[in-house]
Design a protein around this ligand. Structure first.
Ligand SMILES: [Zn+2]
Length: 303
């Protein structure tokens, strides 16, 4: 059976359930033990070599670049655990490790798996609901869980009850958007592989110099959006990788209702939902919604 995102998430959650971590940040030792893997910290790997794994004599060995930041090392370990548990060969030489643009499917699945291990639902969800929505919160959670900001942001938006989206863009184009259930249910669609919206805060932050947060019409971000409403938009530009992180949310905590005073709009809308090919597109990219860029280089490189 070909592995897909769903199967990957199930396998990861099975491992999480077995290990049942209760402390934050989640200790990795029990995951390694459960998978029959031995960790080796190496100091002789180059700055673009986060790690790899191999098997021999009935054991699995995971080598991690000990020069990387701790959060990155932890991600590498979990990513390699995925290769072992899922039986997926690693394909690490294809492209720059940090780029989303053409990452092979197996690698994306291993990232999904890793995010499940680092940010387990049962621990993460409760804390998310106690927090306010902001990039500062995502930062704080990432620090607390020793996970990357992008992975944490992606899972934050997926889980939070506030209508919220976390968008990762690369080279000014949307790579994926992770949306909370409230936005998914409302078909608040942010299409991947499109340019950042004209005039959006994110676009301007990328161009340099803008306030970090402002109000924006929801229709600027959501395709065919007819519910109106004003979002809060926060954006951060990461020049080193030409990546933009965007957090969008309805401060009111509610998605605006569909306007019923526009004749037979409601019926038209319902018909449209049925006919929409969008959901399939969404399935295709759902995988990346769970991904979260954990391919984070260390800030301090020692060559
Ligand atoms: Zn890999």
């Amino acid at each position: 059976m070909a592995l897909d995102e769903f199967g990957t998430v199930l396998r990861a959650r099975r491992l999480v359930r077995t290990v049942n971590p209760t402390t934050i940040p989640v200790p990795l030792g029990a995951y390694l033990e459960e998978a029959g893997a031995v960790l080796r910290e190496q100091t002789d790997l180059g700055p673009d070599e986060p790690g790899f794994s191999f098997s021999g004599k009935g054991k699995h060995f995971i080598c991690v670049n000990a020069n990387d930041r701790l959060e990155r090392q932890r991600f590498t370990v979990c990513h390699e655990l995925a290769h072992i548990v899922l039986g997926l060969p690693s394909d690490h030489n294809a492209l720059p490790w940090w780029s989303y643009a053409k990452r092979p499917l197996a690698e994306i699945l291993c990232d999904v798996f890793a995010a499940e291990l680092l940010l387990p639902c049962n621990l993460f969800e409760r804390i998310v609901e106690e927090s306010s929505v902001s990039l500062a919160t995502v930062d704080a959670l990432a620090t607390r869980f020793l996970a990357s900001v992008t992975a944490t942001g992606s899972r934050f938006a997926w889980i939070v009850s506030t209508p919220c989206a976390f968008v990762l863009s690369e080279q000014g184009r949307v790579r994926y958007a992770s949306r909370s259930k409230a936005l998914r249910d409302a078909n608040a669609w942010i299409p991947p592989r499109t340019d950042l919206p004209d005039g959006s805060l994110s676009e301007r932050v990328r161009a340099g110099g803008s306030p970090p947060r402002e109000e924006v019409d929801a229709a600027l971000w959501f395709t065919d959006w007819e519910r109106g409403g004003v979002l809060l938009e926060e954006a951060r530009y990461l020049a080193q990788w030409d990546q933009t992180l965007t957090l969008l949310w309805f401060e009111s905590e509610e998605v605006p209702q569909i306007k019923r005073d526009a004749g037979d709009y409601r019926w038209a809308h319902e018909g449209r939902e049925d006919a929409e090919p969008r959901r399939e597109d969404e399935e295709e990219f759902g995988l990346q919604e769970l991904d979260g860029n954990l391919r984070w280089p260390s800030k301090k490189r020692r060559g």
